[in-house]
Design a protein around this ligand. Structure first.
Ligand code: PRT
Ligand code: ZN
Length: 286
């Protein structure tokens, strides 16, 4: 049997859809097997294991899986011997300290002598140590946000994305312990056939990430404005300029980064660009 790279992804939950979508965008389709623990890729030497996110760092350390997709929050809490190969840009959240909305929070010193409920004891211990705070950590396994309301703790450390869970429980976010997103991790001791498959996979992941961060833009411009408009467009090399059927006009094609997208669009319009079309890019290979 030829070598396959084993990847662990979350079985169900917040990282599942984005993990499967990433594989799909990399051209890796999953066989619809009846076995829910693992499946094979259709057209790539890869086996996919579906696991609880908390177990993924350990499985990768133990080489049960060669690579895995997991949130940095879980990765740093578990502190296993795995290497981060790529940040993936999804599953973004913050691990934050929250206290009752009515509390007079005046900095980390507030936490001295307090009791903090969390499912992330290691990260909280590290945070308290760095900030010279002496507080009691109370580890619980879930529903951390209700701890202050039932008198179990004065503060909590939990994941936050929109903030609505904290709000609904009468809490306010006061410190960020960690900003987190999903990352691809690997076992540090992959053999060379597996490393080669990982390189192939990573090449695709990076192309997909680039494409997600960029848009293809087409616009029409009067020729006398061309140099001003071209100066606004970074592009991969320089923009493509094609003459339109109407004399004195050209069509300009380029690639724009998501970060400065709106800013550049406004400046293009101001410079005389018309009929601006923006289209998603499926893959971007540089
Ligand atoms: O079953 P399994 O153990 O695999 O799943 P799980 O229940 O432990 O994890 P899951 O699916 O909830 O989250 C998986 C990963 O998604 C986390 O480890 C994070 O890396 C990432 N992630 C991103 C989040 C959130 N955003 C998030 N908002 N994980 C959890 N939350 C929870 C948070 O704990 C709180 O209860 O959502 C609530 C807060 O959300 P807001 O929007 O109200 O602020
Ligand atoms: Zn979990």
């Amino acid at each position: 049997m030829s070598t396959k790279l084993k990847i662990a992804i979350q079985k169900s939950g917040r990282l599942y859809d984005d993990s499967v979508k990433l594989l799909k965008d990399c051209g890796i389709g999953l066989k619809n097997g009846v076995n829910k623990l693992k499946t094979e890729a259709d057209n790539f030497p890869m086996e996919i294991y579906f696991l609880r996110d908390d177990d993924i760092p350990q499985y990768v350390e133990d080489a049960v899986a060669d690579i895995g997709i997991v949130g940095e929050n879980v990765l740093f809490e578990k502190n296993k011997k795995v290497e981060v190969v790529e940040v993936l840009g999804f599953g973004k959240c913050r691990l934050s300290v929250a206290v009752g909305r009515g509390e007079n929070y005046d900095g980390v010193g507030y936490l001295n002598g307090k009791r903090i409920a969390t499912t992330y004891p290691s990260l909280v211990r590290e945070f308290l140590r760095k900030n010279n705070v002496n507080a009691e950590i109370h580890e619980i396994s879930g529903s951390v946000e209700i701890a202050p309301g039932i008198g179990l703790a004065h503060a909590i450390v939990d994941l936050v994305s929109s903030g609505s869970t904290l709000f609904m429980n009468g809490l306010k976010e006061v410190e960020t312990v960690l900003s987190s997103q999903a990352v691809l991790v690997q076992n540090p001791a992959l053999d060379s056939p597996r490393r080669m498959i990982l390189e192939k996979f990573l090449f695709r992941v990076r192309s997909v990430k680039k494409a997600r961060n960029n848009k293809y833009i087409l616009l029409n411009a009067p020729n006398e404005k061309l140099s001003e408009i071209i100066a606004l467009l970074p592009g991969m090399k320089s923009p493509t300029v094609l003459p339109l059927a109407e004399a004195g006009w050209s069509s300009v094609h380029s690639v724009l980064n998501e970060d400065d997208f709106w800013d550049i669009i406004e400046r293009l319009k101001a410079a005389g660009a018309q009929g601006i079309l923006v289209v998603p890019i499926e893959k971007m290979v540089i």
